[in-house]
Every structure is written in structure tokens, then in C-alpha cells.
Design a protein around this ligand. Structure first.
Ligand code: UGA
Length: 443
């Protein structure tokens, strides 16, 4: 079985590497020559735990290659996956130009016995339109839609052990080839769901919109907790023990970001609107998540007596979540910029040493570790829930800061342990009591 994957972004690269790990021959294609050269050299252009080792292993085994030449690999492929970006246009709709450009490019070379599978997240109806687009060019190839549910930072694990595989198909041939491609997962009893193209396309958007709504719901509860004295972490535990609700995606914080939830919720609303269907819950999720960032700034200001001018603020973590260097739509961008506008002196430490972050905050000083970042700080703010922030030596930190105020927008500590270390602790959806600054506590 020969597989070609067009596009070497998160989805394309992880899928290509993991299909090779399954034992197939895979060619990953991208028109970005510099990126392909990097990959051929064994360098992984994205920060994704475990991906480098798997890539090297399969490249060495000769099962995984990288190429700018779509033509040659597509000619020989039994299955071609399109995994290019579908970014948001300014009006919120999904930009499908990369999908059509790739399909157009390969249309003259694709073997009609092959199956063309769209893996990019695309609005309902797109896969069928791609089929029509190809037929108009005289190419009669079977198409399918196979959404990807991997999370950045856990992408390899998500691909190798998915909760389910969704396959939108409309021919026996597509079913046969795709069954073969995902056969290695049968050993884990992974549910493989065959359905029609439209249902598969909507399943992806519905899943992301639901998760975005779940996060937004717990953030609303966090607001309520702050006014009524409840603890949102414990509310989330209580809710999550109900199997109908489940305990995932109930972590209150600064709102969702990244390259998927914001883009996919907007695209869902856009194509539903075009079909004359109103999605008020999804619309409110988007608005509420957008308001969330300013709400976090207000929280910070309140904890800082409404004045951050001239204050030294140590920011711990800026990526949109842990285990990634991805800054796309990270809540930190609006929050940090807003503090800068108000005259704060910002210093940043992020464990990914993200180049994207350095470009975005090009006037800000970055530190080599969390402790140095906190030297002389008036306030320390945790913005991303990196594991290494979970076990900070708060006593040592307290010895380094000027003023003992810790604002934790990811709720990674308990109130008592932070207060015991001498810090005042302001978190999300939990009581905030400002303590007298205590520099006498050491661990
Ligand atoms: C998301 C989905 O989880 C994947 O299943 C999907 O494949 C992917 O989008 C995609 O469409 O490609 P990802 O964007 O990598 O994956 O990140 P998530 O882990 O879902 O987090 C999204 C955002 O929600 C982050 O900003 C995160 O901090 C936030 N979040 C998540 C919370 O604030 N609380 C939570 O409890 C969970």
C-alpha cells in the first residue's frame, strides 16, 4: 500500500509519520521546498513530543520520504490524503483555496484506481464538490472524507490510539482501501465508523464546537463561582463524575485558543448561516470566548489595585496550551498586549522557547527559566499550564519576587499550598484573598 499525504502541517505530518509507523510506504509532499529540505534532513519543523523519534525511525526504515514533487508520488499512490490548511477568511468562513489548489495540481496524475481522501477540516459538502471538480476535469476518482481528531502536544498518541476513526465514503472501493489503512488499529478495538461524506464532515465541526462550548461553559461557571464563593475546580470534578458529562474539557482558564476551535466554530456558524440555519449556542460560545480575554485582564488589574503602570510582570507560559510552541490565537497575545498598553514591564518565560512568541512579543525580554523570569517581579502570572509550572518551588520564587502575588489563570495550584508559601493567590473561579506580602516563608 502506497500512501501520499499532501501538506506537512500538524495533521499531514503526524498522519504521514504514523501511517509509516503502521508499516505503509508514505510520501509526504509539500510545495514549501525549505520545509521539505528540513524534513529530509531529519528536522521536525513543529514542536510535537515523540514525533522526531518516530520520523527518524521510519525514514531510516525507508518507509517514509519527503518530496516537493506531488506528480511522481501521486502517480504511484493507492491512496492520497489532502491535509492542507483551511484557515479562516476575514468573514469567518473556511478558506478552501489550498484544498482546491492541491486537488487541481494532482488531478492530471492521480491514478483512477486510487482513492482521494480529504483530511483537512472542510465545510459540509466540500468533499462532494471536490468530486464534481475532478469529474469536470474528466477525472473519475473515488473520494472520501476522514477527519483528524488529534490534539497538538499529544498528536502522536491521539493518532496511534484514537477514540474513534470516522470515514465518510460512498463506494465499496473506498471502504476497502480505508479499512486496510486503519486495520492496525483493530488490535485496540478502535471503533471505525463508516458513514456518508456529509455526516463525516459535520462530525468534525460538531466535535470541536461541542468541546469549545464545554470549555466556555465551565468558564461561565468560574465567573459565577467568583461571585458566590464556590470552587470551580471542585464543581468540575463533581460534574465530571457524571458519566453523561465526562471529566475532560472542564478546566477553567483564559478561554480556548489555537488553530482549531476558533477557526472551526466560525466556519460552522458561517456555513450553517448560508444554509439558513441559526446556531445560537455556537455563536454565543464564540462571543463569550472572545470576551474572556478582557475579563482576564480585568481580573489581573483588580488583583494589582487597578494599576500595572511601571510594574514588573513575570509571565509564565504564552503558548495557547502546554506541550506546543504554537501561538496561533493564544489568549496570551491579547492579555499580554493589553498589559503592555497599560504600561507594565513584561518578562516572559515559555518552556517551548517558541520562535513564534518571540516574533509576536518582539519588544519583550525572554528568560531562560521560570525562576530568573521572576526576579524582582511585582506579580507572577501563569498563562499556560506547562507541567514544569506545577511543581515550582514557591518558597524560592517568593525569595526572588519583589511582591508576593501569584495570578494563576490555569488553576494549577491549591489555594492553601500557595498561601502557605507566602504568596497571595488569585486564580480562576475560586476565592481570592489578598494576604499581607510575606517574604519570610521559605520551603
Ligand atoms: C482540538 C481538538 O481537541 C482535537 O480533537 C482536534 O483534532 C483539533 O482541535 C483539530 O481540529 O485539529 P487542539 O486545538 O490541539 O485540538 O487543542 P485542545 O487540547 O483541544 O485545546 C484547545 C483550547 O482549549 C486550548 O486553548 C486549551 O487551553 C483550551 N482548553 C482545553 C481549556 O481551556 N480547558 C480545557 O479543559 C480544555
Amino acid at each position: 500500500m502506497k500512501i501520499t499525504v499532501i501538506g506537512t502541517g500538524y495533521v499531514g505530518l503526524v498522519s504521514g509519520v504514523c501511517f509509516a509507523e503502521f508499516g505503509f510506504n508514505v510520501v509526504c509532499v509539500d510545495n514549501n521546498a525549505a520545509k521539505i529540505a528540513e524534513l529530509q534532513n531529519g528536522d521536525v519543523p513543529i514542536y510535537e513530543p515523540g514525533l522526531d523519534k518516530l520520523m527518524l525511525k521510519n525514514s531510516r526504515a525507508g518507509r517514509l520520504t519527503f518530496s516537493v514533487d506531488a506528480k511522481e508520488s501521486v502517480k504511484k499512490a493507492d491512496i492520497v490524503f489532502i491535509a492542507v490548511g483551511t484557515p479562516s477568511k476575514p468573514d469567518g468562513s473556511a478558506d478552501l483555496s489550498y484544498v482546491y489548489k492541491s486537488v487541481d495540481e494532482i488531478s492530471s496524475f492521480i491514478n483512477e484506481e486510487a482513492v482521494l481522501v480529504i483530511k483537512s477540516t472542510v465545510p459540509v459538502g466540500t468533499t462532494r464538490s471536490v468530486k464534481r471538480f475532478l469529474l469536470d476535469k474528466g477525472v473519475n476518482v473515488d473520494v472520501a472524507f476522514n477527519p483528524e481528531f488529534l490534539k497538538e502536544g499529544a498528536a502522536v498518541e491521539d493518532f496511534m490510539h484514537p477514540d474513534r476513526v470516522i470515514l465518510g465514503i460512498e463506494s465499496k472501493k473506498a471502504k476497502k482501501i480505508l479499512s486496510h489503512v486503519y486495520r492496525p488499529l483493530y488490535v485496540f478495538n478502535t471503533p471505525i465508523v463508516f458513514t456518508d461524506l456529509e455526516t463525516a464532515e459535520l462530525s468534525k465541526y460538531a466535535s470541536n464546537a461541542f468541546l469549545a462550548m464545554k470549555v466556555t461553559f465551565i468558564n461561565e461557571m468560574a465567573n459565577l463561582c467568583e461571585s458566590c464563593g464556590a470552587d470551580v475546580n471542585e464543581v468540575a470534578i463533581a460534574m465530571g463524575l457524571d458519566k453523561r458529562i465526562g471529566d475532560k474539557f472542564l478546566q477553567a482558564g483564559p478561554g480556548y485558543g489555537g488553530s482549531c476551535f476558533p477557526k472551526d466554530t466560525s466556519a460552522l456558524v458561517d456555513f450553517a448561516d448560508k444554509l439558513g440555519v441559526d446556531l445560537p449556542l455556537t455563536k454565543e460560545t464564540i462571543k463569550s470566548n472572545n470576551r474572556r480575554r478582557m475579563k482576564m485582564v480585568e481580573k489581573i488589574l483588580l488583583a494589582c489595585d487597578n494599576d500595572v503602570k511601571g510594574k514588573n510582570i513575570s509571565i509564565l507560559g504564552v503558548t495557547f496550551k502546554a506541550n506546543t510552541d504554537d501561538m496561533r490565537d493564544s489568549p496570551s497575545i491579547d492579555i499580554v498586549n493589553s498589559l503592555i498598553e497599560r504600561g507594565a514591564n513584561i518578562k516572559i518565560y515559555d518552556p517551548s522557547f517558541s520562535d513564534q512568541a518571540r516574533r509576536i512579543f518582539d519588544k519583550v525580554e525572554f528568560s531562560a527559566n521560570a525562576y530568573d523570569n521572576c526576579n524582582g517581579a511585582d506579580v507572577v502570572i501563569i498563562l499556560t499550564d506547562w507541567s514544569e509550572f506545577r511543581a515550582l518551588n514557591l518558597g524560592e520564587l517568593n525569595g526572588r519576587v519583589k511582591n508576593s502575588l501569584l495570578i494563576d489563570l490555569r488553576n494549577i495550584y491549591t489555594l492553601s499550598e500557595v498561601n502557605a508559601s507566602g504568596f497571595s493567590y488569585c486564580s480562576v473561579g475560586r476565592t481570592f484573598k489578598k494576604l499581607e506580602s510575606r517574604k519570610d516563608v521559605r520551603e
